[in-house]
Design a protein around this ligand. Structure first.
Ligand code: MTE
Length: 303
C-alpha cells in the first residue's frame, strides 16, 4: 500500500529500546528510514549501540492506563492480568459491514509497518517511539465508511475483574475517545499493534491501540474493543471529566497552555537527573502534514 507520509525522525530520536526491553538491541535500520516507512516496507531491526542514556524502566514502568491505577507504574504492575486473546473489535454505526472483527482477521488483512513518531503527553513529557501497526484508514475502509459519517468514536475494554483501577470513578468507564473522520483517515493516524518490533506490552495498550502523533497522548486510546462511525461529535472520557482542561481536539500546541501548566516545553522521558527539556512543536512537529485539517479554526477555542 502506498503511503504519502514522510518520516522526518531518525534512529537518533528514538527513545532507546533499552527503555522497553532492557537490552542493547536497537532499530539501527531506522536511520534514514523515511523511505522505508513511506513505502510501507517494514524496517529491519539490527544490533547497535543504545542511542540514548534512557533506561528500560523509564518507559515500561512510566505509563498512563488508568484502568490499572493512576500511578505511573500501576499499569506495568497490574496490566498483565488483562486477557488479550481472543480479542475482537466491534465496528458499528455508519459502516457498510458492521460486526465483530477478530484481531487475527484484522492482522491478516493489514500490512504491518514501522513508524517512528514523537509522542507528547498532555502532562508535558515526551518520548519518541517506533510503533508497528497499520493506518486506521485501512481498517475503516475494511468496514466501509458510509457517506454520512463525520466522526469516529473508540472504546477501551472495560473488564473490572481484570482492571483494578476501574473501581475508582476517576473517569466515566469505559475509556472513550473520538476523532473527526478526516483526522481518523489521515495517513499519520495509526493503529499500533507493536513497539520496537515486538507485540505491544499490555501496559502500552495491547493488542491494539490508537496513535495520533499530533495530538496529546490521551487521545491515543489503548486496548480498543469498539469503533463507531457517527454523524455527531462523540463524548470522550477526558472531555466529560473536565471539558475546560481537555478539549475534544487536543492538538499539541505550545501556544495554548493547559489551565494548570504551560505547554510551551516538555520533559524528554529518561535521563534521570539530566533529563532534557525541549521546546514543544506546533502539532508536535507534524504541522506540515496536518495544519490544513484546521484551516479557519480558532485553535485556542477548539483546543
Ligand atoms: N487509554 C486508556 N484506555 N486508558 C488510559 O488511561 N491514557 C492515555 C493514553 N491512552 C490512557 C489511554 C494517556 S494520558 C497517555 S499519555 C497515553 O495513553 C500513554 O501511553 P503509554 O503509556 O503507552 O506511554
Amino acid at each position: 500500500m502506498a503511503h504519502r507520509w514522510k518520516n522526518n525522525l531518525s534512529a537518533d530520536d528514538v527513545t532507546s529500546e533499552a527503555l522497553f526491553w532492557n537490552r542493547r538491541k536497537i532499530l539501527a535500520g531506522l536511520a534514514g528510514s523515511g523511505l522505508a516507512a513511506a513505502t510501507g516496507q517494514s524496517v529491519q531491526a539490527a544490533e547497535g549501540e543504545a542511542l540514548t542514556s534512557n533506561t528500560w524502566e523509564d518507559v515500561t514502568s512510566y505509563c498512563n492506563f488508568y484502568e490499572f491505577g493512576t500511578g505511573k507504574s500501576d499499569p506495568s504492575l497490574f496490566a498483565r492480568k488483562m486477557t488479550t486473546s481472543p480479542w475482537s473489535v466491534e465496528i458499528d454505526g455508519l459502516v457498510e459491514r458492521p460486526g465483530a472483527y477478530s484481531f487475527d482477521d484484522i492482522m491478516s488483512e493489514m500490512t504491518i509497518e514501522e513508524r517512528i513518531y514523537r509522542f507528547r503527553c498532555v502532562e508535558a513529557w515526551s518520548m519518541v517511539v517506533p510503533w508497528n501497526g497499520f493506518e486506521l484508514a485501512d481498517l475503516l475502509n475494511l468496514a466501509g465508511v458510509q457517506d454520512g459519517a463525520k466522526y469516529v468514536s473508540f472504546e477501551t475494554l472495560y473488564r473490572p475483574n481484570e482492571m483494578p483501577g476501574t473501581v475508582y470513578p476517576v473517569l466515566d468507564w469505559p475509556y472513550r475517545e473520538g476523532l473527526r473522520l478526516d483526522e481518523a483517515m489521515h495517513p499519520l493516524t495509526m493503529m499500533a499493534t507493536g513497539i520496537f518490533g515486538k507485540p505491544l506490552p499490555n501496559q502500552n495498550g495491547a493488542p491494539l491501540r490508537l496513535v495520533v502523533p499530533w495530538k496529546y497522548g490521551f487521545k491515543s486510546i489503548k486496548s480498543i474493543v469498539k469503533i463507531t462511525l457517527t454523524d455527531t461529535q462523540p463524548e470522550t472520557s477526558w472531555n466529560m471529566a473536565n471539558a475546560r482542561e481537555y478539549g475534544f481536539y487536543s492538538n499539541v500546541n505550545p501556544n495554548v497552555d493547559h489551565p494548570r501548566w504551560s505547554q510551551a516545553s516538555e520533559r524528554v522521558l529518561g535521563g534521570g537527573l539530566f533529563a532534557k527539556r525541549q521546546d514543544t512543536l506546533m502539532f508536535n512537529g507534524y504541522e506540515e502534514e496536518v495544519a490544513h485539517l484546521y484551516d479557519g479554526m480558532d485553535l485556542a477555542k477548539f483546543n
